[in-house]
Design a protein around this ligand. Sequence first.
Ligand SMILES: NC(=O)c1ccc[n+]([C@@H]2O[C@H](COP(=O)([O-])OP(=O)(O)OC[C@H]3O[C@@H](n4cnc5c(N)ncnc54)[C@H](OP(=O)(O)O)[C@@H]3O)[C@@H](O)[C@H]2O)c1
Length: 334
Amino acid sequence: MGKNIKGLVLITGTTSGVGLNTLKPLLRIGWEIIAVNRSNKRAVETAKKSLTNSEIKNIHFIEINLSDLDDVRNGCSEILKKFKNPINSIICNAAVYKPRLRKPERSPQGFENSMAVNHFGHFLLINLLLENVLSSEREIALNGKTTKFMPRITILGTVTANYSELGGRIPIPAPADLGNLSGFKNGFLSPISMANGKKFKPGKAYKDSKLCNMVTVQELSKRYSKDKIIINSLYPGCVADTKLFRDTPWLFRFLFPIFQKFITKGYVSQRLAGERVAQVASLKEYAKPAVHWSWGNRQKKGRKAFSQKLSKRIIDSDISTQTYELSRKLVGLD
Ligand SMILES: NC(=O)c1ccc[n+]([C@@H]2O[C@H](COP(=O)([O-])OP(=O)(O)OC[C@H]3O[C@@H](n4cnc5c(N)ncnc54)[C@H](OP(=O)(O)O)[C@@H]3O)[C@@H](O)[C@H]2O)c1
């Protein structure tokens, strides 16, 4: 009987790339999925291209535009009403990257939009669903075996947000750095567009938002005991051909995957990236608090995941506490 108890995993951003390619391995492991997207229609259409009808029956599509905090609130209350069982595992995957903007795009609440989608939307979603997730510890069937599953939250991080790695020190346009957080402290509304309150740099805005994602993992892991929940992050590798790069120049889109495949050897296929995300969100071997899982920047066949060393900008306790408290205020939780 135990083998039929399905666990419930929530994942954001499944219309393309890593998120789309995480669905199949999650289903294979045995999860029932809540797929959160800003368009259910597109999410269903794209899922149908790679999944069978019987697989799709195990996916519930919920529409949330992560850019809009009101939409996140409505979507989360819909989730809390709709599902009888609590959510066992959350995967924060959706993101936008717009390195060519001259002026910041603004979310409905007036925040710079890559920070709004990548960090604030997920931050609010996590906080609104946290109590539900914390209550989810139960026996579920994963890979055909009944397991007592410790609640889990997994956030997609990246190398360019980690100053401890070479990729995190690339000066174009600038490495990720939240500075003294004066942008957040002063309300993060126009004309402010960067967490540090300085001049708008669109590529850095993305890196800063991913830095906030990784800082959130550290701070949540401090606040919630590893005996109650595991919160981790991962760098799936350089998935150089996803739609994440849709707003880069065409020449970059053409050369970047070639460069990553043959020069840096950092290239990872969308399928492998999806496998990695599903594993980090599901398997016991990744149930270590605050770990940022990586397979390295040069991909080697058969290499096992390891705990990546993180920069002070991610693990500094004062920065993480301040970022967390200010984010709570900005999304309207305090
Ligand atoms: N690609 C890489 O090399 C790489 C490396 C390290 C980490 N990552 C991380 O991996 C994750 C997935 O990236 P990807 O490369 O797979 O990118 P992608 O193909 O562009 O997928 C991004 C997903 O996010 C969704 N999304 C964007 N804005 C949204 C919003 N306002 N509300 C809800 N969903 C929204 C997109 O949906 P729409 O179709 O509606 O736009 C799409 O489903 C990101 O967190 C990224 O930072 C990627």
